[in-house]
Write a protein that binds this ligand. Structure first.
Ligand code: GLN
Length: 458
């Protein structure tokens, strides 16, 4: 099959099924097909890599030249980016085809996709349920076969949680492995882009294209280029994971997780034992502080990052105003949704004189303690295993009115971002007909091993 045929096949499916799922915010079929044609020429010339001609969906947080780049917000609903994010450039260079931009929670703030200005995304497994968030459009697109794979970003769980709720494999790399240049910033010290796909192998192929040092991102890490799929093709052995120590943090196995989800996780643990892995109990005593610390640090950074949306340089401007200050105020009041405003208010509060020490500094101290917990745990084990999300996909509207309930859906994912570690979610069966995600957390730069541990299970 040629890339043009493959791309056309996906575009037809998008046409037919996207109105119900709402996974894509924008497509440009002619541009996608032109890219596919160029990829076919490269294939014919023998100048092709593993992604040449492969159509991919891009989360609408990545700037892509000539594409609407909305970040799920009214603020950017008409913003056409004049340049490509590094991630987009890298996929272009690899010859991948951009199928379109996917729906997401507004500015990546949310766990259900319900904060999007473009309306909620439906979970393809049950359209009365959420796909997770914030990368819910990407997850739904791959799950509904409207794309073979997609990009996501993960500040507190936004790749792993939607991957779990939609039965996908998703990887958040070590902080600094993938360039953030051209990726609209939410909380810069936590944001990291990564792949969402149907298998660990596909995630590895995408990560190979995405990763790498970028002088345009000051937190990008200068490291040798890696092949993240290098461990996947080792000859199959009876016990392919013999010698691997898997840490089970007792904090992941206490209260707070649905019994049906836990049953699927326990079954996965048995399977890992059969593959030769050894289970060791570990502890992350400060895990319980991760949600409160995150909801100080992430809004603090967001309140600073979002100050650029002032109605002057780009984005939404209120049609009527009395003065410059009034223009700022009205543009922001009308352009941002409720969750984004809540975060800006929390963020400016915790950074304000008199509260900075009590909230922001304390949260930074907790962040350090959480990172140290992981350092100690990784002295006893190679990877950490637990649930990705405490529940399967919930009903649309169920948590939309209760921010704290929504925030708690990330209890198992947020600590990983605070520590900057790589983490992934992979499918581990179903509970009452809905997908369950298994989370694997690795030590810094251990993506290749994580992918292999996921691959052996699949
Ligand atoms: N759900 C979390 C939040 O709302 C994480 C989102 C994300 O990872 N972008 O902040």
């Amino acid at each position: 099959i040629s890339s043009v045929e493959l791309t056309q096949l996906y575009l037809d499916r998008i046409n037919r099924l996207n109105p119900a799922i709402n996974a894509y915010v924008s497509t440009q079929p002619e541009r996608s097909l032109a890219q596919a044609k160029a990829a076919d020429a490269r294939l014919a010339a023998g100048d092709a890599g593993p992604l040449t001609g492969i159509p991919l969906a891009q989360k609408d947080i990545f700037c892509a030249e000539g594409w609407l780049t909305t970040c799920g917000s009214k603020m950017l609903a008409n913003f056409v980016s004049p340049y490509d994010a590094t991630v987009i450039q890298k996929f272009d260079a690899a010859g991948a085809v951009n199928l379109g931009k996917t729906n997401m929670d507004e500015f990546a703030m949310g766990s259900s996709n319900e904060t999007s200005f473009f309306g909620p995304v439906k979970n393809p497994w049950d359209q009365s349920r959420v796909p997770g968030g914030s990368s819910g459009g990407s997850a739904a697109a791959v799950a509904a076969r409207l794309a073979p794979a997609a990009t996501g970003t993960d500040t507190g769980g936004s790749i792993r949680q939607p991957a779990a709720l939609c039965n996908l494999t998703g990887l958040k790399p070590t902080y600094g492995v993938v360039s953030r240049w051209g990726m609209i910033a939410f909380a810069s010290s936590l944001d990291q882009a990564g792949p969402m796909a149907r298998s660990a192998e596909d995630c590895g192929l995408l990560l190979n294209a995405m990763a790498g040092f970028d002088p345009k991102d000051s937190t990008s890490l200068e490291r040798p280029v890696e092949d993240y799929t290098r461990e996947l093709n080792a000859p199959a052995a009876a016990k392919p994971l013999a010698g691997l120590k898997i840490g089970l943090p007792k904090e992941f196995f206490g209260e707070g997780c649905d019994a049906a989800v836990m049953a699927a996780i326990q079954a996965a643990i048995e399977q890992y034992k059969a593959l030769g892995a050894e289970m060791v109990e570990v502890s992350l005593p400060n895990m319980k502080l991760s949600v409160p610390a995150y909801y100080v640090i992430a809004p603090a950074e967001a309140s600073s990052n979002l100050s650029r949306f002032d109605g002057v340089r780009y984005g939404y401007r209120a049609p009527e105003y009395d003065s410059l200050d009034d223009m700022y105020a009205k543009s922001r009041a009308q352009g941002f949704g409720a969750e984004v405003k809540r975060r800006i208010l929390i963020g400016t509060y915790v950074l304000s004189h008199g509260y900075y020490d009590a909230y922001y500094l304390q949260a930074q101290r907790i962040r350090r303690l959480i990172a140290e917990d992981f350092v100690a745990a990784f002295k006893q084990c190679d990877v950490i295993l637990g649930p990705t999300s405490p529940s399967t996909a919930f009903k649309l509207g169920d948590k939309a009115g209760d921010p704290v309930q929504m925030y708690l859906s990330d209890i198992y994912t947020i600590a990983v971002n605070l520590a900057g570690l790589p983490g992934m979610s992979l499918p581990c069966g179903f509970a009452e007909g809905l997908p369950v995600g298994l989370q694997l957390i690795g030590n810094y730069f251990d993506e290749a091993r994580l992918l292999n541990v996921a691959h052996r299970y699949q």
